[in-house]
Design a protein around this ligand. Structure first.
Ligand code: ZN
Length: 451
């Protein structure tokens, strides 16, 4: 068969397949992506990679809507089909966002189809009162240039190469930045569990009030989750809205949790930490992407998690409640969800500025921050293991300790050791404060190193 015949044959097969997909999934919306490249030889390492990159982009940010996906290669190049459980107007909007904002977005045809009266119909930009797609070379209407063949095939191919190179350069920068951020996050988690005394928490010298884990359980866990924190930073470092970024990292967070349980033989070392640190590191990524300042992390977090308390709406119907959900029902505690909803103001208002230029050595600094946190945080780990009175007692102890001078005085240091022993005896563990200590360390170091 001649190449052109094969090409047309594959195109017809694709159109038929699209129709079948929609007929078998009547109420779904179909997205088909393929390279928008001149000539009938569509496939080379650049065009193939571009389709793969956008296919991954769609899956990463809109994965929660996707019910079926299929990617294959034929004479048209790489083809990706994705079925969305979302109405076609909204799907089209999401796809226009990618076409316009992703650096490679204009290199593809991203078509959106639905079934109407048993017929496949496409939706165009003008249906949404959007301007026609621009030619990627000269800014005119793309259709005009393509009909008039304004640009030579060589010119267009060179442009693809240029865009792809630019993408690769940006990708390298993101790789470097996300690596740096995730290393700071890892150091923060290890610093937190290395801090001693730590009032019943696990440390290198003691398992504190925890019988089922030790220092090394935490090391295993911290190393297992770090690659996913890197991924969450990358997801944040993008043109997508803070809300879409949050939806996307929730998915990564689930995989991250699984890896944590694998690394610890099913012990929950860092579940709350993954939630808090995932949000914080993604917000750091978004803040840097937008060229905003360190303090803007707060508002980015707020935008990301604006609907987070909806999680609590239908708890009465839910089985297998988490610790946080049980405490919400019992005491109205919003826990770590409430803390992020508030843009982590508990840290930005009480810890970050106060300790940014501290001269304390690391162990003393982190112990001191832990005491500060214990004096103000509604620590759900303490309440979950004991009750609300124990939480109030811990808060009072911490306030007294601060009045004694904390780690700055001998009297304070002696009291630290007494409380450490007392809390272990009484099986108290300020686990919620421990997570916030690690986030404090992350923010303090990020402020110094990255921002
Ligand atoms: Zn043009």
């Amino acid at each position: 068969m001649k190449l052109i015949t094969e090409f047309l044959f594959d195109r017809d097969k694709r159109v038929y397949y699209q129709e079948q997909l929609l007929k078998e999934n009547q109420d779904k919306t179909l997205v088909t992506i393929r390279i928008n490249y001149p000539g009938i030889e569509k496939s080379n390492y650049i065009t193939d990679d571009i389709v793969n990159i956008i296919y991954d982009e769609i899956n990463t940010y809109y994965g929660k809507y996707i019910v079926f996906k299929h990617k294959y290669k034929n004479k048209e190049g790489i083809i990706g089909h994705l079925l969305f459980d979302l109405d076609f107007v909204n799907v089209k909007k999401l796809m226009i966002n990618i076409e316009e904002e992703h650096i490679l977005g204009r290199c593809l045809d991203i078509d959106v189809y639905t079934l109407k009266n048993e017929k496949v119909i496409g939706i165009s930009r003008s249906d949404l009162f959007k301007k026609a797609r621009k030619c990627f070379i000269c800014e005119l209407d793309a259709k005009i240039c393509s009909r008039a063949q304004t640009h030579s095939i060589e010119e267009i191919k060179a442009y693809f190469e240029h865009l792809y190179k630019k993408y690769k350069e940006i990708d390298k920068e993101i790789e470097f930045l996300s690596y740096e951020a995730s290393q700071i996050a890892l150091k923060s988690m290890i610093s937190e569990v290395s801090t001693f005394p730590s009032f019943g928490l696990v440390s290198p010298v003691s398992s504190g009030s925890h019988k089922d884990m030790d220092y090394y359980t935490f090391l295993n866990s911290a190393f297992a989750i770090t690659p996913y924190l890197k991924k969450m930073f990358q997801i944040g470092y993008s043109y997508h809205s803070p809300k879409d970024i949050f939806d996307a990292i929730r998915n990564t967070g689930k995989t991250c949790e699984e890896k944590m349980f694998e690394a610890t033989n099913n012990i929950n070392t860092h579940k709350g930490m993954i939630f808090l640190m995932g949000i914080t590191i993604a917000a750091m990524g978004k803040t840097l992407y937008e060229n905003m300042k360190f303090d803007d992390i707060r508002s980015i977090i707020k935008l990301m998690v604006q609907d987070i308390l909806d999680d609590f709406k239908s708890l009465d119907k839910k089985h297998n409640l988490t610790h946080g959900e049980k405490l919400y029902l019992e005491y109205g505690f919003t826990g770590i969800r409430g803390q992020v909803k508030d843009g982590l103001s508990v840290l930005f208002d009480n810890i970050i500025d106060k300790y940014s230029d501290s001269e304390l050595k690391e162990n003393d600094l982190y112990t001191q921050i832990l005491i500060e946190l214990m004096s103000i945080v509604e620590d759900s780990t303490i309440v979950y293991r004991h009750d609300i009175n124990t939480l109030r007692k811990v808060q009072e102890d911490a306030k007294e300790l601060l009045n004694l001078g904390g780690v700055f005085t001998e009297a304070g240091k002696t009291r630290c050791k007494e409380l450490e022993e007392l809390y272990i005896k009484e099986n108290i563990s300020p686990g919620g404060c421990a997570d916030l200590l690690a986030i404090s360390i992350l923010l303090l170091n990020a402020k110094k190193i990255i921002f």
